[in-house]
Design a protein around this ligand. Structure first.
Ligand code: AHR
Length: 517
């Protein structure tokens, strides 16, 4: 099933094609004006002990009839590898600040059962713990992003976890790891010092958290050649005061490499939220409006960071983002299970384009969450698995990973709804190590196709291929009965003459073009 996009790719020769149709929409791409490298980690994911993200979604155990590798579902492993997942955040979220890692090591039958107090008060048997997570990252070929417990843990507990994971020395922690079957230390790239410590992670003030973070960070060692990229808990949304507190003092900012931010698009706020599948155009528009706000949020936090870190050594780590809707009817409200439609696909494209544009500061990001929770890329039901429209966007956009951002200039018509308007197009472009240019675009207008004139300046290209993701309705989605209803297809809606591309994008669509010299 996952091979189809490759089979459908078509080669489109530049010469002798249609006339250029002038349009109000213009995306100028300056192919020889490069910006920062787009870290592959912007395309990261998040897996929390929440609902069926870990249990059932990823982990079925070695005795399961569902085909698995060391207890991890094979279908999911294959799909995530195909999407080129660069890093995975675990074990939370709010769960992280109640998690005691020693509950999740050693023989499975001896592990402590606890209550997951954040998410449905269900029993957590800890059968998926440190060794299982690190095995998962090895099988995926991605980096580990581990979130430590500040809210209800201790400095000792966190320090020992890092030692257990990464140290090659002789010590009680490395002895314990070896007894549990792992001789060599693992590599851990990212380590977060708490999660949402202004809320579920302890209801701390920024000052109190900053002091705690300094203490915790002091004891997180770099062992055996592993260099932890420490992520301090940042704010959510527009809480610029929190960022200011974490950045202003050298003694604080010297103790982390990245500062997280969280931002969810919640239509009409927590009191309403709206359904993931049954929505009208007002809710579509409102979702797009909220998605586009990510740009101002990133700019606002980046501006504060620029004042204290003009060389941009610290990264902004957007480690929770996405659409948050009502749970599917009949499902546990604590499990945050929601369907995923064409609207979510456009959401993903908007966010990823924004992160690409801010690659000088945004060094990593994690959509919430990977499987069966919030804006998932994968949904599972027993032995069945489906890929969501959001999955397809991540797979299409993987070409930007570790590519270099290109300078672009976009002017476009408005998408008007009532007396409100938004830009109708989102776009970004990059050049990869082989010199191929990739242009990713989204048409936010659910009613109207748009024609985009795209002069590519500075270089010429002889071959263009493309893929498009669109659907008949705003709320089209993939179900277990019809898993491929929304899927990418070859895109032929473009022509090229004298270095100017003319792209006709269907309504509510996402397009990625590849230009080869
Ligand atoms: O992603 C769901 C929850 O949202 C996370 O656990 C928490 O960090 C955030 O509030």
């Amino acid at each position: 099933m996952l091979l189809f996009p490759l089979l459908f790719l078509v080669v489109f020769q530049i010469s002798g094609q249609k006339e250029i149709v002038p349009s109000v929409n213009q995306l100028v791409i300056i192919a020889n004006n490069t910006g920062p490298v787009i870290s592959k980690d912007i395309y990261g994911h998040f897996s929390e002990h929440l609902g069926a993200c870990i249990y059932g979604g990823l982990w079925v155990g070695t005795d399961s009839k569902i085909p698995n590798t060391f207890g991890i579902r094979n279908d999911v492993l294959f799909a995530l590898r195909e999407m080129k997942i660069p890093n995975l955040r675990w074990p939370g979220g709010c769960f992280a600040d109640t998690y005691h890692w020693k509950d999740g090591i050693g023989p499975q039958e001896k592990r402590a059962s606890i209550v997951n107090t954040n998410w449905g008060n269900v029993t957590e048997d800890n059968s998926f713990g440190t060794h299982e997570f690190m095995k998962l990252t090895e099988l995926l070929g991605c980096d580990a992003y581990i979130n430590g417990n500040v809210g209800s843990g201790s400095v000792k507990e966190m320090a020992e976890w890092v030692e257990y994971l990464t140290s090659g020395n002789e010590s009680p922690m490395t002895k314990l790891r070896k007894e549990n079957g792992r001789e060599k230390p693992w590599k851990v790239k990212y380590f977060a010092i708490g999660n949402e410590n202004w809320g579920c992670g302890g209801n701390m003030t920024a000052e109190f958290y900053a002091n705690n973070m300094r203490q915790y960070s002091t004891f997180l060692g770099d062992y055996s050649g592993n260099n932890l990229y420490k992520v301090a808990c940042g704010p959510s949304d527009w809480n610029f005061g929190w960022t200011e507190t974490l950045m202003k003092d050298e003694g604080t900012r010297d103790r982390f490499q990245g500062l997280s931010i969280h931002y969810y698009s919640i239509v009409d706020g927590w009191g309403y939220m709206g359904s993931a599948t049954k929505f009208n155009e007002r809710e579509w528009f409102e979702t797009m409006r909220m998605n586009l706000q990510m740009e101002d949020i990133v700019k606002g936090h980046a501006a504060i960071m620029d004042r204290y870190d003009p060389q941009k050594k610290k990264g902004l780590v957007v480690d929770e983002w996405g659409n948050w809707f009502k749970v599917e009817p009949g499902t546990n409200p604590g499990f945050l299970y929601q369907q995923n439609t064409m609207r979510d696909a456009v959401t993903a494209a908007i966010h990823l384009n924004i992160f690409n544009h801010h690659a000088d500061r945004v060094k990593s990001a994690n959509i919430a969450q990977m499987i069966n929770v919030l804006q998932s890329v994968i949904l599972t039901k027993d032995d069945k698995m489906i890929l969501t429209p959001t999955y397809h966007v991540f797979r299409m956009f993987r070409v930007h990973q570790d590519a270099t951002l290109l300078k672009t200039d976009l002017k476009c018509e408005d998408y008007v709804y009532g007396d409100k308007k938004l830009p109708s197009i989102s776009a970004s472009a990059s050049v990869d190590k082989e010199g191929k240019v990739h242009i990713s675009l989204a048409n936010l207008n659910p009613n109207k196709s748009v024609v985009v004139t795209c002069p590519v300046i500075g270089e010429s290209y002889s071959k263009i291929t493309g893929e498009v993701l669109t659907a008949p309705e705003m709320n089209s989605f993939n179900s277990f009965e019809n898993p491929d209803f929304v899927k990418p297809a070859a895109f032929t809606g473009f022509s090229s003459k004298n270095g100017i591309l003319t792209i006709t994008m269907p309504s509510k669509s996402v397009v990625v073009l590849e230009l080869t010299k």
